[in-house]
Design a protein around this ligand. Structure first.
Ligand SMILES: C[S@@+](CC[C@H](N)C(=O)[O-])C[C@H]1O[C@@H](n2cnc3c(N)ncnc32)[C@H](O)[C@@H]1O
Length: 416
């Protein structure tokens, strides 16, 4: 039975919810926009806040649009398609500023102009859920599979592959997930298959016969880790003037439309003697940082990424970078006594550990670039750094994930 309530939405929250307040309670409402009056079904009640889903928009916002995707509202992949794209940018900027101020007590007066590209067709990596010939994504907060013909967020070439992947999941019944990685420069794919049990190589080859096109250059099979692979497990991409090898097990920024401008805005325009980078991945920023550094040491905890990064430095004839496999904390401990002119950070969503933040404040690098994909941990870490004597020189949002609630940002931080 539905538990319906009329709610007036005050603002948009991180996560894509509209916030309403009624009877001393906060309501987090899916698919609702600031200023709207909606009828919503309350599906989870907690003591001081509840979750609801818009059933009917009684008074719509001028910023509302019909979602371009036919699966929107069922598929859990996007949260903001009902909001005009320019308004998505505006409201995400407000959320970023509000999060920094609420969690970090960091009050930023103005942001640098946001980096954004096209709102669709930007993802070159995607994880499809599959089940016996059905392929798509999970519904929001559920493990029900929404079967899709195509996805507006992914590169059109990935959509072109969907019929074959669907057929593969029919032939290989134990398949649960297919991860696709597409290189827009090489126009080739690598696939990661996640079956419930490992198919013998011959069976997999037979299942793929006359099905997968020749531009699928490699297929890896994963079951509690990597079982085996067929073909190549890497491809190449270009960022600016540099060419990168990227293995299927290494991280790569998903929004290829922003690669060049992202690097341009994140890497400082001045020159540095000694630069330390944690979380370097395949060297996405490192190759450009090397041009600004006399000597650069870059760390990542993923061996596959470090192998790619070393290869990439050589392939691009850059001799002043040393890539090390290692955890950020260990790296900071190892360089504890060194003079560091620039520290470049791009952590996962968890942000910096307490130990890492402490070591940074002891070492006091002159300048820090902090690239973040999670505003709540950015706010927490900025608070620590700013209390320790730094100031925030500039902050820029990067809309790496249009139509979803995710927010990326670049913070340039200097010693006060
Ligand atoms: C958001 S990605 C950024 C990678 C790279 N900067 C890029 O733009 O492609 C975060 C990277 O941090 C690495 N990582 C995660 N935890 C780490 C840790 N504790 N120490 C060092 N690297 C870590 C991951 O392997 C991943 O490559």
């Amino acid at each position: 039975m539905k538990n319906l309530k009329k709610l007036l939405i005050k603002k948009l929250l991180y996560g894509g919810y509209g916030l309403a307040e009624a009877e001393d309670k906060a309501y987090m409402v899916d698919y609702a926009l600031p200023g709207e009056l909606v009828e919503a079904d309350v599906y989870r009640e907690k003591k001081d806040h509840s979750f609801a889903r818009t059933v009917k928009v009684l008074i719509p916002s001028l910023s509302r649009r019909d979602a371009p995707c036919p699966y929107y509202g069922t598929c859990g992949g996007c949260q903001l398609q009902h909001l005009k794209y320019n308004e998505q940018l505006k409201l995400k900027e407000e959320i970023l500023l509000e999060t920094l101020s609420r969690i970090g007590k960091v009050h930023v007066k103005s942001l640098e102009p946001t980096l954004h590209g096209g709102e669709f067709g930007y993802r070159i990596r995607v994880q499809f859920k599959v089940s016996g010939g059905r392929l798509g994504f999970f519904e929001r907060r559920s493990h029900n599979l929404v079967d899709v013909e195509s996805c507006l967020l992914v590169h059109p070439s990935i959509n072109g592959l969907i019929p074959s992947l669907r057929e593969l999941s029919k032939r290989l019944k134990s398949l649960k997930e297919i991860h696709v990685f597409y290189s827009p420069h090489e126009k080739e794919f690598i696939l990661k298959l996640f079956p419930e049990d490992i198919p013998p190589k011959e069976k997999l080859k037979k299942s793929m016969e006359n099905l997968l096109t020749s531009n699928i250059v490699g297929v890896g099979v994963y079951h509690r880790g990597k079982a085996y692979s067929l073909g190549r497990d890497f491809t190449f991409v270009k960022v600016g003037l540099y060419r990168y090898r990227v293995s299927i097990d290494s991280f790569l920024q998903v929004n290829y439309l922003l690669w060049d401008s992202f690097v341009e805005e994140a890497v400082p325009k001045s020159d540095f003697e000694r630069v330390l980078e944690l979380h370097c991945g395949v060297g996405f920023f490192s190759l450009f940082l090397a041009n600004r550094s006399r000597f650069l040491v870059s760390y990542d905890s993923n061996r596959s990424a470090i192998r790619d990064a070393e290869y990439n430095a050589k392939m691009n004839s850059l001799g002043n970078i040393s890539f090390e496999h290692g955890d950020g904390f260990e790296a900071l401990r190892r360089h504890a006594g060194d003079v560091i002119d620039l520290l470049f950070l791009d952590p996962p969503r968890s942000g910096l550990s307490e130990g890492e933040a402490k070591l940074i404040l002891q070492n006091k690098p002159k300048e820090i670039v902090y690239v973040s994909c999670e505003p709540t941990t950015l706010a927490r870490d900025l608070k620590t750094l700013l209390t320790g004597g730094y100031y925030l020189a500039s902050l820029r949002m990067v809309d790496n994930f249009p139509n979803t609630y995710h927010i990326e940002a670049i913070a340039h931080i200097r010693m006060g």
